[in-house]
Design a binder for this molecule. Sequence first.
Ligand SMILES: [Zn+2]
Ligand SMILES: [Zn+2]
Length: 163
Amino acid sequence: MSDPVGQWIQRAYKASAASNCVRRSVGAVLVRNGVEVIAGSNGVNRRFRSCLEAGCPRCTAGGVVGLGYEFCIWVHAEQDAITRAARDGTAIGGSTAFITLRPCLTCLTMMISAGIRCVYYAEDWSLAPELEAVYQSVAGQLEGFERVPLAQEAVSEEESTGC
Ligand SMILES: [Zn+2]
Ligand SMILES: [Zn+2]
């Protein structure tokens, strides 16, 4: 049996190839009714090669995953997809997001506000316990929020959220 969730995660990895971030390439794809609506990747303004070249305060200081993004100039893959959609007039309400990395709290709240119903992601990370509790309660507003490790065959067999 084919594995649509895994295939969309693979598509998100393909989208991540457009990233110009030297630290980490992230890709996101928004899908509705089995059709790709829009894709995005993380990166900085094309004027710069990277956060480091641009002198981004967070990234030059080392940067911890999940924190300090108000001091970083990059656009996250999810934000890239949402803002591209806004620019082009593409409706994304009701779509499902497939992302190579667990979204940060800002992207999570943005996706919920944009009407995205479900989020699947491949690579995991977590916040400190108190913040993680907030993160999980926000994620609980989605109809589905699930980690899908890449290259595992049995994902679709036990798919429960129906998104
Ligand atoms: Zn940065
Ligand atoms: Zn983010």
